[in-house]
Each structure stands twice: as C-alpha cells, then as structure tokens.
Ligand binder design. Structure first.
Ligand SMILES: NC(=O)c1ccc[n+]([C@@H]2O[C@H](COP(=O)([O-])OP(=O)(O)OC[C@H]3O[C@@H](n4cnc5c(N)ncnc54)[C@H](O)[C@@H]3O)[C@@H](O)[C@H]2O)c1
Ligand SMILES: N[C@@H](CCO)C(=O)O
Ligand code: NA
Length: 429
C-alpha cells in the first residue's frame, strides 16, 4: 500500500530514545497500517555519533547536528531530557510547522504553556503521554476521555525510581543508595537522580496532572515538594510494625473556599495501610487514582518507567499525530479556561504521625499534648515506649491543616522536654 510519508526526527538515543528508534525501524509496516502514514525515521540526534550503544542503530541515521535535523522534520520526538537545548529545539520545530512529541516532564512542567501557545499559533500538536506514568495512558484520558466530567482529585505513585527504592527498603531491607543504583542500571532514574529522590520529577508530573485535571495553569513552583531522602530505615520499620507501607505520592485536588474552588498539588511520602491498593504497587510500577464527579473512582496502573515501556507511549503519540495528518484538523492544546487559584500549602488538610524522643519525666506527655491543643490540633492516638531516661512517643493526629501542624512542629522543636522530632509522616486511610 502507498502511504504518505512523515519525516520523523528523533532527538536522543538513551534509554527511551534508542527503544523508540528500534520500534520505528522494526515495526514500520505495522505502524504505517495503523496510522495511515509511513513514520520514516530520517535522523537520530546524538551527542557523539561514534559512542557505543546498547541498541545497534544504523550509523547513517546518527547526527550531532540537531538543529539541521529538526529543520527538515514533520514530527520531532524529543527524548534528550533537561530544559535546554530541548526547549529551543522544540520551539524551532513548532515555528517551522512541525508537530512534537516529548517524554520530558521537567520541560512540560516548566514551559508547557509556552510550547502549547506556540503550537496553537501554527495549528501544531504537542503530545506528551510518556511524560507522566510512562507507558500508562493518563494524559489522553484526562485531556479527552474525562473532558466531559469534573475532576475532583488525582492521587498516585508517579515516580518509578522512588517507588522502586521504597519497595526495596520494605521488602529487602535495602538502603536508599543500594536501591537507587539498581534503579539507575535498569534505566528508570533520571540523568541526575536527585530529580527522582528529592521529588522534583514527581512534582513536575503533579504540575502536569493538576493543570490537565483542573483546566488551570499550575506553576511548578506552586507544587509543595518533599522527596524520600528523609525516609529512614527506622521509619520503614515503624510503618511495618503498624501494618503500614511508605510511598511517595503526588496529590492534586480541588479544594473549596469562600472565594471559589482552588487547586492544590503536592508531593510527599505517606504512610498507607498495607491493604490500600497503592501499597500493592511494587518495583517501578506507577498507579494513579482519578476521582471525577460523575465517573467516580478510576485507577490507572502500569509501568511508570523503563525504556521499552516508555517508548510505547511515545509511539502511541506518533500514531495519533500521524492519523491527524491523514485526516486533517487542528492540534488540541490543553485547556486552561478554568484558571482556578492555587491554594496555599498551609490550607491543605491531612492526618500526621509524629515520632518524638522526649525526656521520661512526669508531666511530659501532658505538656506535649498541651502543645497540640494550643495549636488546635486534635490527637487521635498516643503510643509510648520507655528507654532509659528517655521515652519514645508516637502521636497520631486527627485531620488538621498543614499550617497548624507546622506550628506544632515549631513548638515541639523549641520545647525543653522534647529531645528530638524523629519523624513526621502523613497518613492515608
Ligand atoms: N527512562 C525512563 O524510564 C523515562 C520514562 C518517562 C520519561 N522519561 C523522560 O524521557 C527523556 C529521556 O530519558 P532517558 O531515560 O532516555 O534519558 P537518557 O539519559 O538515557 O537519554 C538521553 C540521551 O540524550 C542525550 N542528550 C542529552 N542532551 C543532548 C544534546 N544536547 N545533544 C545530543 N544528545 C543529547 C544523552 O547523551 C542521552 O544519550 C527524559 O526527559 C526523561 O525524563 C524517561
Ligand atoms: N525517572 C522517572 C522516569 C519516568 O518518568 C521515574 O523514575 O519515574
Ligand atoms: Na503515560
């Protein structure tokens, strides 16, 4: 069959890029039949054309002149990572009328509106299914399938590397460093794994999810972010003693308020009951719950990271772009018509569990409980273990605002009988 041809320029031949190249070359006929256009890989932009690679790629396709490669393409697939030169290359591609596909959540989170506006101006498409949840279809469901519903909440595990690390800390007693090394070898971690362990990657994904779910631009710097570097072996053991599991989650929700709805997006570790569905998400898998007004609860689960897995989402975007080329019609930049206010983190409500080491003297428990009462935080449970002249206290709170909890923590920190705050973790039922 004679298909029209689309010139595909691929930027980057790392974990994901090499797999995209392999699939385009191996499955050309099938992809053409599915999309109605031949996806012709015209070049692969790399740093060093002579470098040794795990996946063998045709030498004649490799080039280190990314700008020239972009200039001659109908579709540019960006799998370099980082902000520059990815941003400029994609803006150049769009300005020249090309559609673009990217897996780069850091870029979409920081410069999405700029890319979408540029694309809208020329009727081009920006597709980024791989940027959140790797292989899991989540961007298109939020953008299209749920376009007729009102999303209330999106919560999930969106970083494979940190899930892999926490899972190994629980199941194998591994340290963060050991587990990170394995995750990096498996191609899950970012080029700079600080992006994973400090929660930046999950925060970028939370920005994207919240923006799509609530039709609102949620700036990346308004996402509260805590990574997993503060999660100790003792916190893991403590969670296990009470039948719980620690996970890093992203939570995006619609909050009410006197001046109308607001949105909140945040990333932090939580403690979940071992029976919670997210507790069963192991290794580098991701899972995202979406709660919408009419649809109720939906759950999306699958491979959140990995070269071939992520390449699947990139190829899906390519096929959908090719179909539009065949059928015609405008691109569809995400909507930001609702433009809701972003809530202050202090207004967010959560239950907390605090582990403290206090002096083992009469009246200390009452004094500590008094600090919670003073700041309007109600204590739900208290456990105490004596150790020599110290006592270990674990206090669970009822739901309270983050601002009140922060005030309690400051007061505990300043109190003479509190030796130290060993850990603070938010609880999910
Ligand atoms: N690995 C995953 O599981 C995964 C999953 C989802 C999304 N992503 C995203 O996909 C993108 C690529 O990730 P990856 O894991 O393949 O990364 P990677 O580090 O394995 O590959 C990136 C490649 O791009 C090359 N590169 C970077 N800057 C370049 C430049 N200026 N010129 C030429 N080459 C350049 C690097 O040399 C490297 O080979 C990132 O945005 C990442 O966040 C990765
Ligand atoms: N480093 C990311 C890749 C997938 O986006 C992760 O571990 O989830
Ligand atoms: Na995805």
């Amino acid at each position: 069959m004679n298909y029209r041809s689309l010139r595909i320029a691929l930027l980057g031949a790392g974990s994901v890029g090499a797999q995209v190249a392999r699939l385009l070359l191996e499955q050309g006929d099938e992809l053409a039949a599915r999309s109605g256009a031949r996806l012709e890989l015209v070049g692969i932009g790399v740093r060093d054309v002579e470098a040794k690679r795990d996946v063998e790629l045709p030498r004649e396709l490799l080039t280190d002149d990314l700008a020239t490669l972009v200039a001659g393409a109908d579709v540019v697939v960006e799998l370099l990572g980082g902000i520059e030169p990815a941003r400029s290359l994609l803006l150049d591609a769009i300005a020249a009328g090309a559609d673009v596909v990217t897996a780069n959540k850091a870029l979409v989170a920081a410069h999405g509106p700029e890319l979408f506006e540029a694309a809208e101006a020329v009727g081009a498409q920006v597709a980024y299914e791989a940027a959140v949840g790797g292989a899991i279809p989540i961007i298109r469901p939020l953008e299209q399938s749920l376009a007729g519903d009102r999303v209330l909440r999106v919560m999930g595990i969106v970083n494979g590397t940190t899930n892999f690390i926490l899972d190994r800390m629980h199941t194998q007693g591994a340290t963060l460093e050991e587990a990170l090394r394995v995750a990096t070898d498996l191609g899950y971690a970012e080029a700079d794994p600080t992006a994973d362990v400090e929660g930046f990657d999950a925060a970028s994904k939370a920005t994207i999810l919240a923006s799509l779910a609530f039709h609102t631009v949620v700036p990346a710097d308004r996402v509260h972010r805590e990574g997993i570097t503060g999660v100790s072996a003792e916190m893991v053991a403590q969670a296990e003693r009470t039948g719980r599991v620690l996970k890093l989650v992203a939570i995006c929700e619609r909050l009410g308020g006197p001046a109308g709805d607001r949105v909140s997006a945040r990333v932090h570790p939580v403690s979940l009951p071992a029976t919670h569905p997210l507790a069963a998400v192991h290794e580098a898998k991701n899972a995202i719950f979406v709660t919408a007004e009419a649809a109720g609860d939906l759950m999306f689960y699958g491979a959140g990271a990995g070269g071939p897995e992520t390449a699947s989402a990139v190829l899906g975007d390519l096929v959908s772009i090719a179909r539009r080329h065949v059928l015609g019609g405008p691109g569809s930049p995400p909507s930001s018509h609702a433009n809701l206010a972003v809530a202050e983190f202090g207004d967010v409500l959560a239950r907390h569990e605090l582990a403290l080491t206090v002096a083992d003297r009469p009246g200390v428990l009452a004094a500590v409980a008094g600090l919670f009462a003073e700041h309007g935080v109600s204590v739900e449970s208290v456990r105490q273990d004596a150790r020599d002249d110290e006592a270990a206290l674990v206090l669970g709170t009822h739901t309270a605002s983050e601002a009140r909890i922060a005030a309690v923590l400051a007061a505990l920190d300043a109190h003479d009988d509190v030796e130290r705050i060993d850990s603070v973790i938010r609880l999910i039922d």
